[in-house]
Design a protein around this ligand. Structure first.
Ligand SMILES: CC(C)(COP(=O)(O)OP(=O)(O)OC[C@H]1O[C@@H](n2cnc3c(N)ncnc32)[C@H](O)[C@@H]1OP(=O)(O)O)[C@@H](O)C(=O)NCCC(=O)NCCS
Length: 171
């Protein structure tokens, strides 16, 4: 137990197909337009880096990323609503960055909805900056919404001090 936060100490581990029910529960509770189970299954099948954040025995979030040459693409980062605003998103983002660094990436890219205040604020806070926009990228309640493309340069980026136990095998 982390005495500062009164929470179990976070554990970051690889996701497996056995996590998909729980992942879908979180995904559907957190996003207005969630990914389908098939998308997650495909991400696992093709070997994207899929990691879960666990508190005790409970999975509370996950991140999906992939690497192409020296670029990491963060495809999904999500914390269950009941567990948001406790720095768990920051912690998982930091794991993504560490993973990208260990794969010798020089940058991390992602797309985010401009209406996603929490996401935009999280990424800006960690040093991501806007490099472009894709119009009509996402489904929206009325029509479509653009995607803001953000980038983080990893060279000389100072590491944050966010601690988790990290396992590279399934739990
Ligand atoms: C975006 C998300 C991952 C943030 O996770 P989180 O654990 O709540 O974030 P943290 O507690 O680490 O917050 C870090 C910073 O992000 C910003 N932030 C997080 N949530 C915010 C909110 N609801 N409104 C405004 N800023 C917010 C703040 O700057 C915060 O720092 P602070 O707490 O010192 O003010 C979470 O809201 C989420 O899962 N949302 C649904 C899925 C999603 O939109 N993912 C991003 C897709 S691109």
């Amino acid at each position: 137990m982390n005495t500062e936060t009164d929470m179990p100490y976070p554990l970051v581990r690889c996701l497996t197909a056995a996590d998909l029910n729980r992942v879908m529960d979180i995904e559907q509770s957190a996003y207005p337009f969630p990914w389908t189970r098939g998308i997650f299954a495909d991400c696992l099948r093709v070997g994207y880096d899929c990691r879960g954040l666990q508190l005790g025995s409970l999975l509370v979030g996950y991140a999906v990323q992939t690497q192409f040459a020296a670029e990491c693409h963060l495809l999904n980062l999500c914390i269950e609503p009941a567990w948001q605003r406790r720095r768990l998103g920051s912690l998982l983002l930091e794991q993504t960055i560490l993973q990208a660094r260990s794969g010798n990436c020089s940058s991390v890219f992602l797309e985010v909805r401009p209406s996603n205040r929490a996401g935009m604020a999280l990424y800006r806070k960690r040093g991501f900056y806007v490099v472009g926009e894709r119009s009509d990228y996402y489904r929206a309640r009325q029509g479509r919404e653009s995607a803001i493309i953000m980038r983080l340069d990893l060279d000389e980026l100072p590491a944050e001090r966010l601690h988790a136990v990290v396992r590279h095998d399934p739990f």
